[in-house]
Structure formats: C-alpha cells, structure tokens
Design a protein around this ligand. Structure first.
Ligand code: CA
Length: 454
C-alpha cells in the first residue's frame, strides 16, 4: 500500500477534478493515471448461490441504481460486484455513476425508461423534497426511502490559511470567523456540494453551535468539490463540508485541516440512504425486497474488517471512484489526521459503518431521523418554508419512509430478530454541544435553538 505522502498536490488536484466531473474523467481529458486496480465494466458476477424461492422471485430482474463516488455508495457497488443482488434474483442491476447530486436528481425524475435511474444513493431529505417537487421545479416524483446506507464518514475541512485560530469541534474564537469582512475584506467562505441536504446541515449545525449564523455571518454556498479545493489552496475558500475520501485528502495533501468529523458532531448520525421511485417499488415489490436483501448483505460484508482491503480495491477501481487505493484505506480503517494540533483518530468505529454502529442498526431507516432532517429544513426556512409544520413533516415521512419494507426484507433474509428495530424511533439524540433532539417533541428542540430562521 502506498503511503499518502507520495500523493503530490498536482496529482491530488487532478483526481479532485476527476471526482467532480466524472464524465470528463471518463473521456480522459484530465490525464488522470489509470488506477492500479481497475475493474472492467460492471457485469453482475454470477451468484455463488441463488437464494430465491418461487414466492419471493422478483417480478423484474433489471434495475438502474445511481451512485456518487464517495464512501456512502459502497453497499450499492458491493451488492452488485459481489453478486448479492443476483443471489436474490436481481441479476441485471446496473449501477450508474452520477456526475453530481443535481444529475442524480434529474435522472430520478426521468426514470430509467427515459434514460435516467430508478433509484440509488441520496442525501437527506432529497427523497422527501423530490416527492414534493421542492427541488425539481415543481415536478413531484414520489419516492420511497428504503434503507440507510452508512453512518459517519463526513467532516468539516478548513483551509490552511486558518490554521492556529482555534477552529475545532467547538470554535474557540467565533469572532475570528465573524470578523472576516473587516480583516479580509470578504466574509469567511464555506462550501458544500448540494444545498439543503446533509453536508449543508452538518456545517450549519456546527457553526451555529458556536454562535455563528451561517446565513448572515459567513458566505455559505454550493460549489463543486474541485473548485472548492482549488479555492482552499489559493486562499479564497475557507471551509468545505464534505465526505470521505475528501477529509483525508485535504489533510494528507496539506491543503488544510479538519475542524471536526461529523461523528464528533453527532456520533452515529444518519448519513446517506437508499431510495427509489415509488412507482417502481409499487410495481415491483418483490424486486424491491430482493434489492434490499442484497444491500443488507453488502452492508454486513462491508462492516467486516477482514473485507475492507478488498472493498478499497473494488471502490478505487477505474469504473468506480478511480482513486489511488492509498486515499481510501485510512478512512476505511477509521484513521484520520485532523491537523492543526488535534490528535489523530485511530478507531474503526470513527470511520464509515454500514450495518451496525455503537448504538444499533445503521441500515434500518428510522423515521425519527427523517424527522430531524425535516426539522432542520424548517429551522433554516429552506424552500421558502414549504415544510410548514410538524404535521406536514410527519405526513410526508409516513408517505416516503418505507421502513415496513426494510423489516419484511430483513425477516425474509433471516436477519436475527435482535438486529431488526422494533420502534421507528431511535429515541433521543444528543449532539456534541449537549443539545438534545427528542423525536417525540421536535417543537422543543426547534424552540431551544438560538440561531435559526424559523
Ligand atoms: Ca455524505
């Protein structure tokens, strides 16, 4: 395994661009070196053992699932590559790399019949927003959330220009950030890759917990990763709310440091999800459960430390992430260098986890987590307040969240009863600043927050 120090800035920027614009990458315009471990195309390997009885045989064996080349996508890629989809009868699953979140959104609205996708990997609450037409120019495309794919694996990166200013999990000198207009002639500038979803929420929560208003005290906006990283290098971009392998790479290439990992902000937080078009699921319920069983098996496979090396080799391949294995290995081992004088982290459970974490099931899609995402949507008055109140939020969650299908699939797959949650709520959640979110009383959480637009 190559040491990360061998990766120069130039090489990093080249692959950074590639991750941002995979379609360009595939044409080779960026001159990105081929990775050591390119997998050929994406044939579904023959299933080692087919596990389908006639009652459960899927109505259709083909489906197109989108993914973004970040660690959250692992269960989708693994289920296809290791034959876990095929094992349950889904022999024709196509996994389709999406250029960015906006493309994934447009492709789900189109559906596979029109050259798009039937489902795939999503930040939250994209499935709810797409269902309501809130990020699709009013085109309502009902979706179902079927499983959570992953927890952890994200973080807040800060550019090297801001080293030594006490920017950590708790920001010791918020006036340094608020004072940028006076000292730098511009506001502190922070980016995420898609608005009103996870990485926007993580950085907003983190800033607000230290008394910084993300809507007034700084500039916070959606920027493609390559542009963000270039700006961090040249000193025009200060922060990047992002997912692995970016946090690792920004520190390894000396572009900046990590203020915090998301697992420090909210340990075992909900991250990204498997969701599909509702019309597809309604038409093919057995195929949906077969997909779920394949995902569950992949998630268990991903969480076995003995499989992580193979996972890194698979994901780093040219047809998937097209990255050097050395940049994926440390996060998959839970090893992070935070930089700026912070101690290194070396804990498997601080990295991405797919099946079980320190508090229970990762895969099961808790409705209480959907409620947090929609509560934050209300907190920041996203979409002009379209999520009006908790009644509307809960109705939308009941429509979109199909934890019932997850449970049926888990039982069919023989998952131990102890690993099948009995409540749709994970209970009270506690953040790093001791704030609590009680899903039974989201009103109290919202009322307790000092910085908000709601
Ligand atoms: Ca993410």
């Amino acid at each position: 395994m190559t040491d990360f120090s061998q990766f120069t800035r130039r090489r990093f920027i080249a692959t950074a661009g590639a991750t941002a614009a995979t379609s360009i990458l595939l044409k080779g315009c960026l001159g990105n070196p081929p990775s050591d471990s390119a997998t050929a195309t994406q044939p579904s390997p023959a299933a080692s053992s087919v596990n389908v009885n006639s009652n459960e045989a899927p109505e259709i064996t083909t489906v197109k699932l989108g993914y973004i080349p970040i660690v959250e996508a692992a269960p989708i890629i693994v289920a296809q590559q290791k034959g876990f989809f095929a094992k349950y009868g889904m022999t024709g699953v196509e996994v389709s790399k999406q250029s960015n979140w906006a493309s994934a959104r447009d492709n789900i609205v189109n559906g596979s019949a029109a050259g798009g996708i039937d489902g795939g990997q999503w930040q939250m609450p994209m499935p709810h927003l797409i269902t309501e037409g809130l990020i699709t120019n009013g085109r309502k495309t009902p979706m179902y959330v079927l499983a959570q794919l992953v927890t952890n694996g994200n973080g807040i990166a800060i550019s090297g220009k801001n080293v030594g200013k006490g920017i950590g999990l708790k920001i010791s000198d918020p006036d340094y950030i608020k004072g940028f207009q006076k000292t730098e002639g511009r506001k502190f500038k922070a980016a995420y890759t898609f608005p009103n979803a996870n990485q926007d929420f993580w950085i907003r929560y983190w800033l607000a917990a230290s008394g910084i208003d993300p809507d007034n005290d700084i500039d916070l906006l959606a920027v493609p990763p390559a542009e963000t990283v270039q700006g961090m290098k040249t000193g025009t971009m200060d922060a990047f709310s992002t997912g692995d392998p970016w946090p690792y790479r920004i520190v390894a290439d000396d572009i900046g440091f990590m203020a915090a990992l998301t697992e420090q902000i909210w340990q075992f937080h909900p991250e990204e999800y498997l969701a599909m078009r509702a019309d597809w699921v309604d038409k093919y319920p057995k195929a949906t459960k077969a997909i779920l069983k394949g995902i569950m098996e992949a998630q268990q496979w991903c969480d076995d430390p003995a499989n992580r090396k193979e996972l890194v080799t698979m994901l780093s391949g040219r047809n998937f992430f097209n990255l050097p294995e050395a940049v994926l290995t440390p996060p998959f081992e839970g090893r992070y260098k935070l930089g700026d004088g912070k101690p290194d982290i070396d804990n498997f459970k601080s990295g991405p986890l797919y099946w079980k974490d320190g508090v229970g099931s990762v895969s099961y899609p808790y409705k209480s987590h959907d409620l947090w995402f929609l509560t934050e949507t209300m907190r920041w008055n996203f979409h002009n307040g379209a999520i009006k109140d908790f009644d509307m939020a809960k109705k939308l969650i009941d429509q979109v969240n199909r934890e019932d299908l997850w449970k049926e699939a888990a039982k069919d797959a023989g998952i131990a009863a102890a690993d099948i949650p009995t409540s749709t709520s994970r209970g009270v959640e506690t953040f790093f600043d001791k704030v609590k979110f009680d899903p039974e009383n989201p009103e109290a959480y919202l009322a307790s927050l000092k910085i908000k637009k709601a």
